[in-house]
Design a protein around this ligand. Structure first.
Ligand SMILES: Nc1nc2c(c(=O)[nH]1)N[C@H]1C(S)=C(S)[C@@H](COP(=O)(O)OP(=O)(O)OC[C@H]3O[C@@H](n4cnc5c(=O)[nH]c(N)nc54)[C@H](O)[C@@H]3O)O[C@H]1N2
Ligand SMILES: Nc1nc2c(c(=O)[nH]1)N[C@H]1C(S)=C(S)[C@@H](COP(=O)(O)OP(=O)(O)OC[C@H]3O[C@@H](n4cnc5c(=O)[nH]c(N)nc54)[C@H](O)[C@@H]3O)O[C@H]1N2
Ligand SMILES: [Mo]
Length: 770
């Protein structure tokens, strides 16, 4: 089939194109350059900015602060995308948020400001202390901040303190941060991945024996088909569009399941290819696009597996097999029970739960059966559900049926979020002590590490509500905006003794303070980091488990900034008793020494770390499942028998909708760059409620009408968000879309995946109030 004949399945969704908001152009193209210049004006194309962008994601350059997509050895002249450029330029802003600004505005006043306006104040320039008597942040010296934080921490029960990290900090900083928490006395090391791909870390670990994806970059050029569930490439990992485009041109079938028709998964014009830009020639990306119901993926995957069994039955009659029986026999466990269950589920049930027709699922299934090499790609559309584990497990089931794990050109590929979120877990930021080489570290640093499980994000949230958490240290992030149950959380927050925020820019979490509060400004990754032994480099791990060095060369935003590593070491030194094995000052002076420590703790992955850190494309830390070595309980890859047909975790009821909380193209998590969600055709506002026209008619709503959403979780707690403008949009029946983080007040803290506790942000039960 040629790309032009590609089918876009809009299955079972009436064609409501008239009147719905859509964007008809491809992803990429001129729009992506306009998107950048609309936000940054002329600043973005200044020689200094261009020079910085040229070094982005290249060997001896700096690694993008946005997503965790690979930084290939064979790079383009500009190895950046629209949203990577936005993230970099956001950090390079000339605006400064100075002590004068804080003298002018009280913290209470700033709490009334929009998130966007807070970040627009620019880079933080000096360490600040919260003065409760005047309700203002006031400047303080670094030494004063460290000593006072140290004193507070020494006076608290170590089990009542949280050390949060938000996915960006380098491997070196992350390693020391986790070490600090354990020396202090806890494993309370939640990180942003607890709200994100924790489902992956838990599910893949249990089922395949490794908590990360099995695919490497080169596999993308070797597969025949890709199955895409709930990942928005065009906005969230746009550099992935290049290999996707190449794959599509090669005739690889890309089969997408997503309630939203995301433009980047439909078609793409490479903004860095002059011929494509001039002719506007777009490449069709998905060969089939199925608008599954939010939470309906379990049913889809059951349907796909059911079809594989049906085709296998037919093949058997001809003496062939569709299942990879040798692989299943040698390498997997649990097929029989799984198969019996899937065969017993009817197509009626599958159609009802997925919102897709049997024919649509079977046509996707035929692509799966024909392809020799299949890669499964997914994002938050699978992980952020009450039964996200089952979503991931069902995807693994599908891949196992035909041996699509542990061969070149195959595998499972969670697309990770933050640029070093996977790496942070690799080097010890984890509440799960069993994932950390504690014995080795005990020996390295001469201490007795805590062995009890620490708090993850959801458990920390419960801890705030119950008053058990007394202090919160935040290495990046905008925690109170990102977590569920916002209103209750903000109220509980102020009961803490101490809050410490290490950040580049002001955000709302810095304005919800404990009794003592510090705001500590750090260097960004693009900036030069000079220490006692000279300029320092840091390292990160990308979504394909490749580790690579990053050097910042820009002049720091302020002379007073310290590196994240120096701030962590400063607090640690002021908190912990003297120990000759803890050489905080030496480590700050030479990050190479920290890499030596990492290599000592994790020799398999990090041997010769300093020598290998500038390997073009990064060095691979290895992956047992890719070698078909299964570090699971049974010693084999596990099939999982589904115990339900959807992942939503509540019952459908009249007037109850499944709300998906979405990212726009103009945001990085809680950082809002602008008001354009270009690739969805939504411009100028974020207070929209996306709903299909049939649902609008059924609910008696009109376009532009102001409505509120109310939580409908049935727990008696009142939750609401709004007002929102009704906006007709092509979505499946029963589903609504609205933007994160504005909707987080609607999410109950208990509404999360069971095994991983990842908040279920993609199916929040709500009703509409007019
Ligand atoms: N520019 C930019 N880049 C980013 C980020 C950003 O905010 N901005 N954030 C970073 C981070 S931390 C992360 S984790 C990643 C997030 O990147 P993604 O994993 O892409 O996350 P989302 O955009 O939240 O949602 C992904 C998709 O899931 C779909 N979806 C929703 N519900 C369902 C469902 O039930 N089933 C299916 N099949 N699909 C569903 C949505 O329509 C959406 O297209 O991106 C990273 N990169
Ligand atoms: N409803 C809903 N909620 C969600 C999600 C969802 O899809 N829906 N997604 C979840 C996911 S996947 C994630 S990862 C979280 C993330 O949510 P966030 O916590 O918002 O993540 P960040 O983008 O890290 O946080 C932004 C802040 O980090 C600081 N910062 C930026 N660069 C640096 C730096 O280099 N160093 C330091 N120290 N600070 C820096 C800035 O002050 C900025 O304000 O949100 C989660 N919450
Ligand atoms: Mo994330």
């Amino acid at each position: 089939m040629s790309q032009d004949e590609a089918r876009i399945h809009d299955t079972d969704i009436p064609d409501t194109a008239d009147g719905t908001v859509t964007y008809d152009g491809p992803a990429g193209g001129w729009g992506s350059l306009q998107g950048i210049s609309q936000i940054f004006g002329r600043e973005w194309s200044s020689p200094a900015a261009i020079e910085t962008l040229m070094r982005q994601n290249k060997p001896k350059g700096f690694m993008c602060v946005s997503c965790s997509w690979a930084k290939p050895a064979d790079h383009h002249t500009f190895e950046f995308c629209e949203n990577g450029a936005k993230a970099t330029l956001w950090e390079l802003t000339s605006a400064r948020c100075t002590p004068e600004f804080f003298a002018e505005h009280s913290v209470t006043e700033l709490r009334g400001w929009a998130d966007y306006d807070l970040e627009m104040q620019g880079r933080l320039t000096e360490p600040m202390r919260y003065d409760a008597t005047t309700d203002h942040y006031v400047p303080c010296s670094w030494d004063e901040a460290f000593q006072s934080i140290g004193e507070h921490l020494r006076s608290l029960d170590p089990k009542s303190v949280i050390f949060y990290a938000s996915g960006r900090a380098s491997l070196e900083t992350s390693y020391l941060y986790a070490l600090f928490a354990r020396l202090y006395g806890n494993n309370n090391l939640p990180d942003s991945s607890n709200m994100c791909h924790e489902t992956t870390s838990v599910a893949l670990k249990k089922l395949l024996g490794v908590g990360v994806g099995t695919v490497v970059f080169d596999d993308l050029a070797k597969c025949d088909a890709m199955f895409f569930f709930g990942q928005n490439t065009g906005s969230n990992s746009p550099r992935f569009l290049h290999p996707l485009q190449e794959a599509a041109k090669r005739g690889v079938e890309i089969i997408t399941f997503n309630p939203v028709r995301e433009k980047g998964l439909e078609s793409f014009v490479n903004p860095q290819n002059p011929a494509e830009m001039l002719t506007g020639r777009e490449t069709r990306i998905s060969s089939q696009y199925h608008q599954v119901k939010a939470g309906g993926d379990v049913a889809v995957l059951i349907g796909l597996c059911k079809h594989v069994f049906a085709r296998d039955d037919e093949a058997r009659r001809e003496g062939r097999r569709v299942l990879d029986v040798d692989f299943i026999e040698a390498h997997t466990h649990g097929l029989d029970e799984f198969e019996a269950k899937v065969r017993a589920i009817s197509w009626d049930e599958i159609e009802r739960e997925s919102g897709l027709s049997r024919e649509a699922i079977e046509s996707a299934g035929d692509v799966y059966v024909k392809a020799e090499r299949v890669i499964g790609v997914y994002g938050m559309g699978l992980t952020q559900h009450a039964h996200g584990f089952l979503n991931v497990a069902m995807f693994v089931n599908l891949l196992l049926l035909r041996g699509n794990i542990g061969r070149d050109g195959t595998g499972i590929s969670p697309v990770r979020g933050h640029s070093n979120v996977q790496g942070q877990r690799t080097v010890g930021i984890s509440e799960k002590p069993e994932l950390v080489p504690l014995d080795k570290m005990a020996e390295q640093f001469g201490f007795d590490p805590p062995r009890d499980k620490g708090m993850n994000t959801v458990e920390a949230c419960h801890g705030f509500l119950e008053g058990k958490v007394r202090a919160f240290i935040s290495l990046g992030g905008n925690f109170v905006r990102a977590i569920p149950e916002r209103d209750a959380m903000e109220a509980a927050w102020t009961r803490m003794q101490l809050t410490v925020q290490i950040a580049t820019k002001l955000n709302r979490s810095h304005l919800i303070n404990g009794k003592a509060a510090y705001l500590l400004p750090c260097l960004g990754r693009t900036e030069q980091d000079i220490q006692a032994t000279g300029p320092q480099a840091v390292t990160m791990e990308d979504t394909f488990s490749c580790i690579q060095g990053s050097i910042g060369l820009r002049k720091p935003a302020s002379e007073q900034l310290k590196s994240e590593l120096a701030i962590v070491a400063g607090i640690a030194k002021a908190t912990l008793p003297d120990n000759p094995k803890l050489k905080w000052d030496d480590w700050v002076g030479d990050y190479g020494l920290v890499r030596d420590l990492i290599a000592e703790s994790y020799p398999e992955m990090f041997h010769d770390f300093n020598d290998r850190m500038f390997t073009p494309g990064g060095f691979y830390k290895g992956n047992a499942a890719r070698e078909r070595i299964w570090k699971t309980e049974s010693g084999k890859a596990e099939f999982t028998t589904p115990d339900r047909l959807n992942s939503i975790g509540f019952d459908d009821a009249p007037g109850r909708y499944r709300l998906m909380t979405l990212r726009s193209n103009d945001q990085f998590n809680t950082t809002i760059y602008g008001m354009s969600d270009r690739l969805r055709g939504i411009e100028g506002r974020r207070d929209v409620l996306l709903i299909n026209p049939d649902e609008m008619a059924r609910a008696g709503l009109s376009e532009g009408q102001e409505v509120w959403l109310e939580g409908d979780a049935g727990d008696g707690v009142h939750r609401e968000a709004g007002p929102l403008r009704v906006t007709p949009f092509r979505l499946p029946d029963g589903c609504l879309g609205a933007y994160y983080p504005e909707m987080n007040s609607l999410m109950p803290v208990w509404h999360h995946d069971g095994p991983s506790k990842t908040p279920a942000a993609k199916s929040v039960p709500v009703r509409i109030r007019t």
